[in-house]
Design a protein around this ligand. Sequence first.
Ligand SMILES: N[C@@H](CCC[C@H](N)C(=O)O)C(=O)O
Length: 324
Amino acid sequence: MTELLKVHGSQNSFFLLDQANLAVPLTDPEMQKLARTLTDRETGLLGGADGLLVTDANHPQMRVINADGSEASMCGNGLRTVARYLSEKTGKDQFKVKTMYANLEVRKADNLAENVPAFGVEISPVSFKKESLPFDNLDTDHLLNTELPQLVPGWRFTALSVPNPHLVVFIKEEELDSPKLGELGQYLNGDNPYFPDGVNVNYVVVKGDSQIFVKTFERGVGFTNACGTGMSASSLVFALLNPDLGHFEKEISVYNPGGMVKTILHKNDDGAYWIELVGNATFTHEIEIPEEQLHSAELDFDQIKTRDTYEQESYLNFVEGLKK
Ligand SMILES: N[C@@H](CCC[C@H](N)C(=O)O)C(=O)O
């Protein structure tokens, strides 16, 4: 039997698999197939999820397989849960985790509430260069609060990678339910002349000093409860465009449909930006699957056992408390 976990950060949910638990590690096509099968919102396990996180306790690392089987270079909410998993395995409270483009620092943080463990993770490298997303056919090398009437007239867009690609647009609170949000997300993540690899689209509402709300249409997934890299990218753009409200080296509260995280913005002496993302790392279920099932083309759900950890109840109490 192999143990998987179902986890979430701000209710951006994942299955977490440790290759070190397997006699034969999963191949990339097996991971992609498993991600698509487990995460399906209608036919997947435990109501599906937004992706599959693959780690290896022997070589601290994280790979992120989106729900559609594509691979993302980073996942901020996912990294917090991988950090907790590896921390509990090794007894270490601070260490680095290898991701596609960078070795990122992670640390155990104070619990957000009783039974709501939290971790802080480094989000970097940050780039505003066109090639880092990439984007094309927009007659510019940088999008920084730029009008793009060919996308949505009247909206201003900022593009940055952290290092996965993000587009940030500030909207009014009353626009949050507009169909334009999903339409644009879908358009830019389908066949389009501007973002050939797709892009995560973050819709941001400024709530006040050091406070924003972010709703994200995620590449490879669709709307999610939260996107860690998206909230980090949005925090940086918030501070760059509104220096009176968003500050470096000071916590920013980032509310999202799944809860709330904190971000802290940093600028190194060489001018490079990086962000610390602090938030919950919740394990909702322990799952037992025979290893041969993970390698097989079809999963037999009758052979899978799941156990509720009861952490979700505590997390929901924490979210309820945010409303008071
Ligand atoms: N939810 C994630 C980001 C996941 C990756 C994204 N869908 C992509 O393809 O870049 C997060 O918490 O950062």
